[in-house]
Design a protein around this ligand. Structure first.
Ligand code: SF4
Length: 119
């Protein structure tokens, strides 16, 4: 049987059969199970930080351990936003222009649009 045919719970049990899932609050189990599938690094970081904080997710953003390698990636961390490149800015402008044209075309042909006058 391949991993694709196993349930999330079966995959988690297979990777760590000694893990007592009942020790994890219900609100954190879904994310933990997602992390244990090995398909989501975001879920793994989130779940690890929740475990580190005694399964109290509300404490994770206020973590006071800047030396931890996960500190910049923890949920709620202030991450500097990357400035968009010139190519991305041009793509956004082109997309916005296409959207305006599409809406204008739809308004001129769509009689069922709100505000249109029907005879
Ligand atoms: S970033 Fe903070 S909460 Fe997350 S694992 Fe490190 S010490 Fe724990």
């Amino acid at each position: 049987m391949t991993d694709d045919l196993l349930t999330v719970r079966e995959v988690a049990n297979k990777k760590n059969p000694d893990m007592d899932i009942s020790a994890i609050p219900i609100s954190c189990r879904g994310n933990y199970n997602r992390a244990m599938t090995g398909r989501s690094m975001r879920a793994a970081i989130k779940s690890h930080c929740q475990m580190c904080m005694g399964w109290q997710p509300s404490l994770v953003p206020g973590c006071t351990a800047p030396d931890c390698p996960l500190f910049p990636y923890r949920p709620g961390a202030d991450r500097p936003r990357r400035e968009p490149t010139a190519k991305q800015i041009e793509a956004r402008k082109a997309g916005a222009a296409r959207l305006v044209l599409a809406r204008a075309a739809k308004c001129s042909t769509d009689d069922s649009a709100p505000g249109s006058i029907q005879n």
